[in-house]
Design a protein around this ligand. Structure first.
Ligand code: PMP
Length: 352
C-alpha cells in the first residue's frame, strides 16, 4: 500500500470485472456480452465519424443522441442522460442522489458494483435478502432513507420483477430515488420507462452493452424526471464534460435508428436462451426463470466450481460466484447456437 494513497483509497475494495481471457479460441460465456455483432449501420456510422473530424471535441451535451433516444422512447430530451457505460451512469447517480446518506435498500444478491459505489460515496447499504425463489419481495423495500436500487431483470439471477411490483416500490418511497437498472431489459422484460411521467422518483438506467452489442464502446443512459437528469448533469459536468466521444455518439445514434436489426438480434438471443434452458434441464440443472441474456443454474449432483473448472479446461468460460447462497450456481451467458452446442457437448462429457 503506497504512502501516497489517501486513507479513503486505502479502504476501497474495488469491483473485480469478469475475466476477459487472452486466448481467442475459447467459448466465452462469462460476461453477458451479446453473441452477435453490432448492426452494420452502426459500424458505418462509426467509420463516418472517424472520417469526419477527430481533431474537434465532441458535443459535450450529446444533443442529437439524447433527442434520438427521447424520440425512440417517447420522452423529452431533458429526460435523458448519457454516459460512458452504465457503470459510469450509476456512479453519477450514486454521487447525485445517494452520497453520504444512510439506508440504501438493495437486494443481497445483485450487481456487485453497487456495494463498491456505496463505499466510494459513503452510502450505508442495507441488504434485503431475496426470497426463497431468489426473487425480490417488493414489500421489503418500503420507506428507504437514501433510496432503492435493483437490477430488473436481476443479475446474476435473471429473474424479473413485474411492473406492478416495481410500481409498489415507487409508491412506497415517494421521497427518495428508486433506481431501476435495466441493463438486461430488452430480452423479454417490460421496461419501467412508461412510469417515468407518473413517478418523479424513478430513474431508469440502461446500457448499449448488451442488447445493442456495444460493450466495447461504453455507452450507458439514464431516463427520468428532468430534476433527476439535471442532478446527473451537475455531477457529470463536475467530473468530465465530454463523457461520450464522437465515435460513441455516432454509434449510439445509429444503434437506436436501426430498430429492425435490434429486434432481430434480441429475438435470436431469446430463442437461444430457450434452447439453452431446455438442454441444461435435460442435464439435470435447475435453471431459474430468466428474462436476461444469461441463465443462472445449479446442478442436482455436481458442485458449480467443479463444473466451471471442467468447462474451462475444455475451452468454455462461464461465471461462478463465491457468495454463500449462490456458490452452487453458474451464470451462463446466452451464446450463438455453435457456442451453446460446444458448451452442452462438454457438459455431457462430464455429467452423463
Ligand atoms: N448493471 C448491471 C446489472 C450489469 O450486469 C452490468 C454489466 N456488468 C452493468 C450495469 C454495466 O454495464 P455497462 O457498464 O457495460 O453499461
Amino acid at each position: 500500500m503506497s504512502k501516497f494513497w489517501s486513507e479513503k483509497t486505502k479502504c476501497l475494495q474495488p469491483y473485480v470485472p469478469g475475466e476477459q481471457p487472452k486466448l481467442t479460441n475459447l467459448v466465452k460465456l462469462n460476461t453477458n456480452e451479446n453473441p452477435f455483432p453490432p448492426s452494420p449501420n452502426v459500424l458505418a456510422a462509426m467509420q463516418e465519424a472517424i472520417n469526419d473530424d477527430l481533431r474537434l471535441y465532441p458535443d459535450p451535451n450529446a444533443e442529437k443522441l439524447k433527442q434520438t433516444i427521447a424520440d425512440y422512447y417517447g420522452l423529452h430530451k431533458q429526460q435523458v442522460f448519457v454516459g460512458n457505460g452504465s457503470d459510469e451512469v450509476l456512479a453519477h447517480a450514486f454521487a447525485a442522489f445517494f452520497q453520504g446518506k444512510q439506508q440504501l435498500l438493495l437486494p443481497d444478491i445483485s450487481y456487485s458494483f453497487y456495494p463498491v459505489y456505496c463505499q466510494l460515496y459513503g452510502v450505508e447499504a442495507c441488504y434485503v435478502p431475496l426470497n426463497v425463489h431468489f426473487a425480490i419481495n417488493p414489500a421489503d423495500y418500503c420507506r428507504a432513507r437514501a433510496g432503492v436500487i435493483f437490477p430488473n431483470p436481476n443479475a446474476p439471477t435473471g429473474c424479473i420483477l413485474p411492473m406492478t411490483q416495481v410500481e409498489q416500490i415507487l409508491q412506497a418511497n415517494p421521497d427518495c430515488v428508486v433506481l431501476v437498472d435495466e441493463a438486461y431489459i430488452d430480452f423479454g422484460g417490460e421496461s419501467a420507462i412508461r412510469l417515468i411521467d407518473d413517478y418523479p422518483n424513478l430513474l431508469v438506467v440502461q446500457t448499449l452493452s448488451k442488447s445493442r452489442s456495444l460493450a466495447g464502446m461504453r455507452i450507458g443512459l439514464a431516463m427520468g424526471h428532468t430534476d433527476l437528469i439535471e442532478g446527473l448533469e451537475r455531477v457529470k459536468n463536475s467530473f468530465n464534460s465530454y463523457p461520450l466521444d464522437r465515435v460513441a455518439q455516432a454509434a449510439a445514434i445509429a444503434a437506436f435508428t436501426d430498430d429492425d436489426y435490434f429486434r432481430i438480434t434480441c429475438a435470436k438471443v431469446i430463442e437461444n436462451r430457450i434452447w439453452l434452458v431446455a438442454q441444461l434441464q435435460r442435464l439435470e440443472f435447475e435453471v431459474l426463470s430468466s428474462e436476461a441474456n444469461f441463465v443462472f443454474a445449479r446442478h442436482s449432483r455436481k458442485e458449480a466450481i467443479q463444473i466451471a473448472g471442467f468447462l474451462r479446461q475444455h475451452g468454455v468460460v462461464v461465471r461462478h460466484f463465491q457468495q454463500e447462497r449462490i456458490s452452487n450456481f453458474l451464470r451462463i451467458s446466452v451464446g450463438t447456437q455453435e457456442q451453446q452446442q460446444r458448451l452442452v457437448m462438454v457438459l455431457e462429457q462430464m455429467l452423463m
